[in-house]
Design a protein around this ligand. Structure first.
Ligand code: SF4
Length: 430
């Protein structure tokens, strides 16, 4: 097996013989190509399969038949040719969680923070093709110039976590909080600062920009919370409760001062006293990929490798008990650097998306690297970007047609940009 074959989740799934039951997938539909799901409303197979998708979520029209029939090699060739033709007019950004067949075409590979920065460095490129998910393409559109177009190869590549907080629900929450904190409005610090994780719609980033708030990523969340506490007495953190809780706990804030906000309940299901005592109000959202990691998986890894040099590193979107049971936690870039910097052969048990873990394992054969989750369960929406869609959007660009363009409404651009620029200024600590 070549390294390339080994790292591809798709190939791994194809190689699973029906009798091999020690390795499983979370969904048998993963064997199908993503266009099998273009006509259906849902996140598709993978970790978010059972999450509720909003009716307004973007849908992808049918991929032209040609691209569904080309072999992997033919698609590769086509993408390469289109890239050569488009030259400096094109930049392709690839998230760490993308399949290898996509990542190998990317000019920049990174997490959402790095890709947001990368989009800024190519002002000369007319087209930014974002191989990631919808909110990332929106961010690139906000940060890019008016002359640049941002393209998402498959419009169905959303993010179930981002969809767990929508503007009307957050505005309703804000209104209630303003009433609870009515007697604190004239203080030196604002009663509450809204902080949205990068994994959120442009409308929510604009909400933060309008209300003295900021965007954070998993790389710079600690710096961002410090920024917020310099300006406010509390933080309203959305949509990921786990990232918010893990970062706040590391800053010494107790769980009692982190009430969870349930958007369908009055005062989010909390009393006024609890909200007054709160330091961080956590929106009840989560990532279905990282929610799969458990303390039992960590205990199993410690048992399996008890005589070896084992390091357990998990992403801070994992639940707090998992982060506490791990040796370290950090963003995807933190995980990548931790492995890159390890000088001794090490066993790494990793709690993040499987495409990235498999790639790291293939790139650093001196280490033993595996995903804590024994079940193959990629991010449902990252999975929707396939070379067939990438080849199609690039061929269209060669023909002078822009398809699948992501355009943030003008009314959100200005304020979302304010919140994003605050984020870009808040450098990660490590
Ligand atoms: S891994 Fe989780 S947070 Fe990231 S895009 Fe997928 S669902 Fe969203």
């Amino acid at each position: 097996m070549t390294a390339e074959t080994k790292t591809s989740v798709k190939n791994l799934i194809n190689l699973l013989a029906p009798t091999q039951r020690d390795t499983q997938t979370c969904n048998s539909q993963l064997q199908k190509d993503p266009w099998a799901f273009d006509a259906t409303l849902g996140y598709g197979p993978g970790a978010s399969d059972t999450d509720t998708i909003p009716l307004s979520a973007p849908r992808q029209g049918p991929l032209p038949q040609l691209y569904r029939e080309l072999s992997d090699e033919q698609l590769h060739e086509r993408i390469q040719q289109a890239k050569a033709t488009l030259g400096e007019d094109l930049v392709i950004l690839g998230h760490f969680y993308q399949r290898d067949e996509i990542v190998k075409h990317a000019d920049f590979i990174g997490d959402s923070f790095q890709l947001a920065n990368a989009a800024l460095t190519r002002e000369s490129a007319k087209h930014i093709v974002f191989c990631g998910v919808h909110f990332m393409a929106e961010t690139a559109d906000i940060l890019s110039t008016d002359d640049q177009s941002v393209i998402l190869p498959n419009l169905a590549a959303g993010c179930s976590m981002a969809d767990m907080a929508d503007l009307p629900s957050v505005e309703a929450c804000w209104e209630q909080l303003m009433e609870v904190y009515a007697d604190e409005q004239d203080g030196e610090k604002a009663p509450v600062i809204p902080v949205t994780y990068m994994n959120s719609s442009a409308a929510l980033k604009a909400f933060c920009g309008r209300n003295g708030g900021i965007v954070c990523t998993s790389s710079n969340a600690a710096t961002v919370l410090e920024w917020a506490f310099e300006r406010g007495q509390r933080v309203l953190f959305f949509p990921d409760q786990h990232l918010g809780r893990n970062i706040a706990k590391a800053m010494g804030i107790s769980e009692e001062q982190m009430p969870l906000w349930w958007s369908k309940k009055p005062l989010g299901g909390n009393s006024e006293a609890e909200l007054k005592d709160a330091k961080v109000i956590l929106w009840n959202g989560f990532c279905s990929v990282h929610k799969r990691f458990t303390t039992a998986q960590i205990a199993q890894a410690r048992e399996d490798y008890k005589d070896q040099n084992l390091r357990v590193i998990v992403h801070p979107e994992c639940p707090a008990p998992v982060v506490e049971a791990a040796d370290e936690s950090g963003s995807t870039d933190y995980i990548r650097r931790a492995i890159e910097d390890a000088t001794e052969p090490t066993v790494f048990a990793i709690g993040t998306e499987i495409n990235m873990v498999n790639r790291l394992a293939a790139e650093t054969p001196q280490h033993t690297i595996f995903c804590l989750d024994p079940v193959i369960c990629p991010c449902s929406t990252m999975y929707r970007i396939h070379p067939g869609y990438l080849a199609w959007v690039l061929d269209e660009l060669v023909e002078g047609r822009v398809v699948n363009q992501i355009q943030v409404p003008a009314e959100d651009q200005e304020h979302a940009k304010i919140a994003l620029e605050r984020m870009l200024a808040a450098k990660p600590r490590n």
